[in-house]
Design a protein around this ligand. Structure first.
Ligand SMILES: NC(=O)c1ccc[n+]([C@@H]2O[C@H](COP(=O)([O-])OP(=O)(O)OC[C@H]3O[C@@H](n4cnc5c(N)ncnc54)[C@H](O)[C@@H]3O)[C@@H](O)[C@H]2O)c1
Ligand SMILES: CC(C)[C@H](C(=O)O)[C@@H](O)C(=O)O
Ligand SMILES: [Mg+2]
Length: 358
């Protein structure tokens, strides 16, 4: 029996609720595939600050680095918003990504056929959408120096170096080679010097992938095109802050931010996390959609552990639950057979995943 060590970082708000469902589903597929997961929980975010005074205790980094992969929920909440920046949950997450060297955040946005009516856009616009946002994750304006504030001024700096752009561009082109061989690089090169360098370097890297069609788009236009005609995109390559914003936007093509998973990769240990946050407005009510986190667990099985059969089971479980009309509140729309709680949705997906005939 193969055995894997998984670091579980539940975090704040809905984080514990959604991670518990992902674990339920992982255990269900493990039993079918003769594999075993040893989970080790670690604290990050507001809950870590409350216990240790640090949103990212060293122990969390150590546990993560000695695991095969990290499954992450979400951090943050109003309770910690007035703390100094370096004590805030979000700073812990940024530091964590940097410590682990996960420079590439892969955020697939697919529209499930069963949910074309859950989107606020017309079904003919969203049906069949299947795109991948490749977001640079440990550079750009989130990390650039100088940054700071005084009473009357606040400042951040968007910096990208040639090697940082090269490595994320290679990730995007390699992914495009496995998909429909189209990369759209999104920047703001009409205004930002850093974006001019970005564009130049992406052009150079593209020469190594002659089969891939490269286009460039300004981020403001990209935000509009994503709603106007999302099917024009395959791989969207972009920097940290633009990728953050565009991926939340892309989630509305699928119907809910509670559906979109992600993989943060680039060094030996990957972090698998939904794209959404801790949703304090619905925390503790049992209504959060666990699908983004369960789909992140599937990405973990596929990319970090090479357990493709187990991942296929999870993907089938999600699709089947939706096909049979099960919906959490955020995607209930008009055609829900049954509106289920977070935990019911987890159990339904686990059951279908276990029954999947491979
Ligand atoms: N990776 C992360 O941990 C992460 C990501 C984004 C935001 N945050 C943090 O989360 C906190 C809240 O931020 P926010 O409200 O801007 O963003 P959010 O993503 O937490 O929530 C935005 C909206 O989407 C809804 N939503 C989110 N996830 C959902 C789910 N699984 N099912 C159903 N509905 C869901 C919420 O109820 C809310 O109305 C902040 O502290 C923020 O910094 C953390
Ligand atoms: C909480 C915040 C630091 C984070 C980010 O901007 O990367 C979040 O929005 C995300 O998308 O994971
Ligand atoms: Mg975000």
């Amino acid at each position: 029996m193969k055995s894997y060590n998984i670091a579980l970082i539940k975090g704040d708000g809905i984080g514990p609720e959604i991670i518990d469902e992902a674990v339920k589903v992982l255990d269900a597929v493990a039993a079918c595939e003769n594999i075993e997961f040893n989970y080790q929980e670690a604290l990050m975010g507001g809950c870590a600050y409350d216990v240790t005074g640090d949103p990212l205790p060293q122990e969390t980094i150590d546990i993560s680095l000695s695991s095969n992969a990290v499954l992450f929920g979400a951090i943050g909440g109003q309770k910690w918003d007035t703390l100094p920046r370096e004590k805030r949950p979000e700073s812990g997450l940024l530091r964590f990504r940097k410590e682990l060297g996960v420079f590439a955040n892969l955020r697939p946005a697919n529209v499930y056929d069963e949910l074309v009516n859950a989107s606020s856009l017309k079904p003919e616009i969203v049906k069949g959408v299947d795109l991948m946002v490749v977001r640079e994750l440990i550079g750009g304006i989130y990390f650039g120096e100088p940054k700071g504030r005084d009473e009357n001024k606040g400042w951040n700096t968007m910096v990208y170096t040639r090697p940082e752009i090269e490595r994320i561009a290679h990730v995007a082109f390699k992914i495009a080679m496995e998909r429909s061989k189209k990369v759209c690089s999104v920047d703001k090169a009409n205004v930002l010097d850093v974006s001019q360098l970005w564009r130049e370097v992406v052009e150079e890297v593209a020469k190594e992938y002659p089969e891939v069609e490269l286009s460039h788009m300004y981020v403001d236009n990209a935000a509009m095109q994503l709603i106007r005609d999302p099917k024009q995109f395959d791989v969207i390559l972009t920097g940290n802050i633009f990728g953050d914003i565009l991926s939340d936007e892309a989630s509305m093509l699928s119907g809910s931010i509670g559906l979109l998973p992600s993989a943060s990769v680039g060094s030996s240990i990957g972090v698998y996390e939904p794209i959404h946050g801790s949703a304090p407005d619905i925390a503790g009510q049992g209504i959060a959609n666990p699908i983004a986190t369960i789909a992140s667990a599937s990405m973990m099985l596929r990319f970090a552990l090479g357990e493709n059969r187990a991942a296929d089971r999870i993907d089938y479980g999600i699709k089947q639950a939706l096909a049979e009309g099960y919906r959490t509140k955020d995607i209930a729309g008009f055609d829900a057979k049954e509106v289920c709680s977070t935990s019911e949705m987890g159990s339904i997906i686990a059951n279908f995943a276990a029954k999947c005939k491979l």
